[in-house]
Write a protein that binds this ligand. Structure first.
Ligand code: HEM
Length: 137
């Protein structure tokens, strides 16, 4: 048994506790004045499920199986800038504090989230957009 052989769902207190935490996270994201607009057409229940699966499959003992698209692919069409990323990350940290998530889980989750930054951010030419030629007029 290695140090990271813990189970994400068990550490959160079981399936139903994990779902309660994740629902609180998505409730806050959907209602947020800064980034809520990203989620207007999203299925909250589906996001709760896939986020649990994704994190479960990627931290601790990595027992879960995430069968959704790659993180890069899932966000390819979304104009996410660094301020949006930081806002979501801040909300995540607040939820982890409010739910008193064990420190090892909190640290691993936060690191995973930060590692995904380049996968979800729009960068370079994408940020400037296809209309950047207009600047020359
Ligand atoms: C940084 C870590 C992030 C992770 C690990 C993550 C993870 C995910 C996952 C697993 C999905 C569902 C994919 C699927 O099953 O189809 C998803 C969808 C989505 N994410 Fe993220 N995400 C991250 C950051 C962000 C940020 C910063 C935003 C916006 C501020 C965002 C907005 C969305 C939206 C709007 C969807 C739904 C897209 C749709 O309904 O088609 N995500 N994300």
């Amino acid at each position: 048994m290695t140090l990271s052989d813990w189970n994400f769902i068990e550490e959160l207190g079981g399936e139903s506790a994990a779902e309660t935490l994740m629902r609180s996270f998505y409730d806050r994201l959907f209602e947020d004045v800064m980034i809520g607009f990203f989620f207007v057409n999203s299925d909250k229940e589906a996001l709760i499920r896939s986020q649990i699966e994704y994190v479960h499959a990627n931290i601790g003992g990595r027992q879960g199986s995430y069968e959704g698209p790659s993180i890069r692919k899932a966000h390819r069409e979304l104009p996410i800038l660094s301020g949006h990323f930081d806002r979501r990350h801040q909300i995540l940290k607040e939820v982890l504090d409010d739910f008193e998530v064990p420190e090892k889980v909190r640290d691993a989750w936060i690191s995973l989230d930060l590692a995904m930054r380049p996968m979800v951010l729009r960068q370079g030419k994408e940020v400037r957009g296809a209309g950047s030629n207009n600047c020359r007029n």
